[in-house]
Design a protein around this ligand. Structure first.
Ligand code: SF4
Length: 282
């Protein structure tokens, strides 16, 4: 079991009123999860619950804003993502359409309390500083931030982040940003098609700190092509030196629609064909 699933299952049981002992037994008997890992899951579920309990489920809502553009398409990507080089000319149109939709949401939700704004993608910082300013100003003009508990922009890839954009994000009071290296191994970054360097990650991280961002998350992916425990260990060592405020580690998921999945399927098919042809020749 990877990702959010173990914690989600534990959370469901906590909410049903199961005791810790019952949860540990259930996780062990059903999924062969060790007591230590089940305890870790319980601890995380409790922390999540403490945060979620603050939300107003009756009158509150969260707003997710998707920016579906990226500098390039990562090989494992299965999200809606369009390369900037191809779509640059239409990004203003996208922002126009986005603002129209936001105006509609603001109108239909005006009796509700906005608790969280999360801008993800894609890569939100593929927007220019002016486009970002336009979107964030629009949010301030059309929504009340009185009940806002979280305001996050997943800045994402360092090759899309500039000082101008960070200044705009900061000016609008965004509390949390994410700078996502996925790995600190240059050879892996090259293989997965992220055209930025490890140095870019470090430089942008320090720049964000200098500009006053005090809640920076970083995303990593475990199990990227060609990586072994040694590479992961080295990546974690480098991240520890940067000391982000939170770290999110995803396990590589081979989703339909990603280039990596197609390449692996094609390579497996080729191997089978080769073996079949070799045995046919004998
Ligand atoms: S940065 Fe994220 S959304 Fe963009 S191509 Fe890579 S995996 Fe996909």
């Amino acid at each position: 079991m990877t990702g959010v699933r173990p914690t989600k299952m534990i959370m469901e049981r906590l909410e049903e009123g199961s005791s810790e002992e019952e949860i540990i037994r259930y996780m062990h008997d059903t999924y062969v999860v060790s007591e230590k890992k089940a305890m870790l899951g319980i601890e995380i579920a409790k922390r999540e619950k403490a945060q979620l309990d603050k939300l107003d489920y009756e009158n509150g809502y969260s707003l997710y804003i998707g920016i579906p553009f990226c500098p390039t398409t990562c090989s494992y990507c299965s999200f809606t993502s369009y390369p900037v080089a191809k779509w640059q000319d239409r990004m203003d149109e996208y922002v126009d359409a986005l603002l129209k939709e936001l105006a509609f949401i603001a109108e239909v939700s005006k009796e509700k309390h906005l608790n969280a704004i999360y801008m993800g993608g894609g890569t939100p910082t593929t927007l220019s500083a002016q486009q970002m300013d336009r979107v964030l100003s629009f949010l301030e003009e059309h929504f009340s931030f009185e009940h806002l508990k979280e305001y996050t922009i997943e800045a994402g890839r360092p090759d899309s982040i500039t000082e101008d954009k960070l200044r705009v994000i900061r000016k609008h009071g965004v509390g949390r940003i994410s700078i996502n290296p996925q790995t600190m191994q240059q050879k892996t970054l090259d293989v997965i098609g992220r055209r930025h360097t490890v140095e870019d990650v470090v430089r942008i991280f320090h720049l964000a700190r200098e500009l006053g961002f005090d809640n920076i998350n970083m995303d990593l992916i475990a199990g990227l092509p060609g990586e072994h425990p040694e590479e992961m260990e080295d990546t974690l060592r480098q991240i520890k030196e940067l000391a982000p405020d939170s770290l999110t580690v995803h396990a590589l998921a081979m989703k339909h629609g990603s280039r990596l999945t197609r390449e692996r399927a094609a390579s497996a098919e080729k191997q089978i064909t080769n073996r079949w042809q070799e045995s046919w020749k004998r």
